[in-house]
Design a protein around this ligand. Structure first.
Ligand SMILES: C[S@@+](CC[C@H](N)C(=O)[O-])C[C@H]1O[C@@H](n2cnc3c(N)ncnc32)[C@H](O)[C@@H]1O
Length: 189
């Protein structure tokens, strides 16, 4: 699959979505920050330089990504979503998820596909992330979630609101095939 697409590198290369998330994080992230799905660590490295940010941890399910992020100087943990992190540990949690809607019968056979595919709806990783994000956020913490219109912007907002978040769009940019937004999600407490 990777060779067919000319994507032999097993780690996601930073793109427009990464840039939008980094901009939102520069404006909103403070204190102790987790970047879920850190990939190359490009976003996490930038966030570490933001005023008021004390510590940045990256995590990724892909061991090649964890190594790449560490090579950049990012403290990286190999993990599924938020599984290993204790409650109320982070002032900000960032996620640029895999979000492309994908045919369920398509082969799932490489790390690039893991970086890109969000399952049939595009939300296979977004929904479990939202289910658990409130647990790891400190009081007054914020989750910054990159959302593509391809994964259903309205559906993601509705899921987040149903989960008890308040949602604000803090960045948005349109491209020929999708609109990318960054949602700032805070708990309704
Ligand atoms: C779209 S890429 C974003 C990479 C990087 N944050 C950026 O913006 O350039 C999505 C990342 O999520 C990671 N990922 C996929 N499933 C994951 C999971 N279950 N838990 C943690 N990370 C995951 C992928 O390996 C990939 O690095």
């Amino acid at each position: 699959m990777a060779e067919r697409r000319g994507l032999a590198d097993p780690v996601y290369a930073p793109a427009e979505d990464s840039g939008l998330l980094a901009e939102a994080a520069a404006a909103r992230a403070r204190g102790t920050v987790l970047e879920v799905g850190t990939g190359s660590g490009w976003v996490a490295e930038r966030v570490a330089d933001v005023d008021g940010v004390e510590r940045v941890v990256g995590s990724d399910v892909n061991p090649h990504a964890c190594r790449r992020a560490r090579d950049r100087g990012v403290e990286a943990v190999c993990a599924n979503l938020l599984d290993p992190f204790r409650g109320a540990a982070f002032d900000a949690v960032l996620f640029n998820p895999p979000y492309l809607p994908t045919d369920p019968d398509a082969e799932w056979d490489d790390w690039q596909e893991a970086a890109l595919s969000g399952g049939a709806s595009g939300r296979d990783l977004i929904e479990p992330f939202l289910d658990d994000a409130g647990r790891v956020l400190a009081p007054s913490g914020v989750a910054l979630l990159l959302v593509s219109s391809l994964a259903g912007f309205g559906e993601v907002i509705e899921y987040a609101l149903d989960g008890g978040f308040r949602a604000e769009t803090v960045r948005e940019e349109s491209f020929p095939y999708e609109t990318l937004s960054v949602l700032a999600l805070t708990m309704d407490n």
